[in-house]
Design a binder for this molecule. Structure first.
Ligand code: NDP
Length: 256
């Protein structure tokens, strides 16, 4: 019963930005839970390597390298999946970038790059996935990756904060419009996780000490620690959960 509730057998999941980092950990977790997974990133070679690693463990893996900010590329990728008879049951909008700069020094181009990659992409790929889920009439799951910055701000990351705050409300908008089609749209807000994106921060003794001091768990999160929440939100276990954001942050957001 418990296993069945959380099983992803027979499902296909597209995880954007799954060639490395948190997306890659989620893809591995989904594959282990029985899903076929579609690996994405901008670099075809890195996508192929990540896909091959999962195939080596006996999983069914497809490759879909495309830039999540490029509407034509996104539509072409979905058209290719359609042509191959691959339907996306689970979408994880995970691809994202960071850019650290004081607001007064930020150019509009830099602002747009972060908003396009971290927020507009979730609308765009969510739209393409939901159009197909609604047409198929079998429901679906959308999981948007937010951040602590979906709820709180920190200096020098304004476009990221605006985008991740937007992710929280876009998730609610998706739930408002698509819940009646048995689509559950929810978000995950990871805390400070040890990935490539945070390499410079982890290697900065002052920042590392700040994270450990500020987080009740007293450590950085491990990418695989997102898998439980991600499986819950992708499985039958969350059939009546919609429009929520689950923080996986070692307790950071709960305390001052
Ligand atoms: P990484 O930098 O480690 O990995 C980012 C992934 O996204 C890569 O696979 C990268 O592929 C892909 N990517 C980046 N830009 C694009 C694009 N335009 N189109 C397609 N793929 C793209 O990041 P993390 O794993 O750390 O972060 C993943 C998500 O989690 C992000 O949304 C981030 O904001 C969020 N997050 C991370 C936290 C952390 O502590 N690490 C905390 C809170 C949220 P490629 O190499 O090919 O560009």
């Amino acid at each position: 019963m418990t296993t069945e509730l959380f099983s992803l057998a027979g499902r296909t999941a597209l995880i954007t930005g799954s060639s490395r980092g948190l997306g890659n950990a989620i893809a591995g977790g989904y594959a282990a839970a029985g899903a076929a997974v579609i690996i994405n990133g901008t670099d075809p070679a890195r996508v192929a390597a990540a896909a091959q690693a999962l195939r080596g463990k006996g999983h069914v893996v497809h490759e879909a390298p495309f830039d999540v900010t490029d509407e034509a590329a996104v539509c072409a990728a979905f058209a290719r999946l359609d042509a191959e008879g691959i339907a996306v049951d689970i979408l994880v909008n995970n691809a994202g970038i960071q850019l650290r700069k004081p607001l007064v020094e930020l150019s509009v181009a830099e602002w747009k790059r972060v908003i396009d990659t971290n927020l507009t992409s979730a609308f765009l790929i969510g739209r393409e996935a939901a159009r197909r889920m609604i047409k198929r009439g079998k429901g679906g799951k959308i999981i948007n990756i937010g951040s602590l910055m979906s709820d709180v701000a920190r200096a020098t990351v304004a476009p990221y904060t605006a985008a991740k705050g937007g992710i929280k409300m876009l998730t609610r908008s998706m739930a408002a419009e698509w819940a009646e089609h048995d689509i559950q749209a929810n978000a995950i807000g990871p805390g400070y996780m040890a990935t490539e994106m945070n390499k410079a921060l982890i290697e900065n003794p002052a920042f590392d000490a700040w994270v450990k001091g500020r987080t009740p768990s007293r450590r950085w999160g491990r990418p695989e620690e997102l898998v439980g929440a991600a499986i819950f939100l992708a499985s039958a276990a969350s059939g009546y959960v919609n429009g929520q954001i689950i923080y996986v942050d070692g307790g950071m957001l709960a305390v001052l």
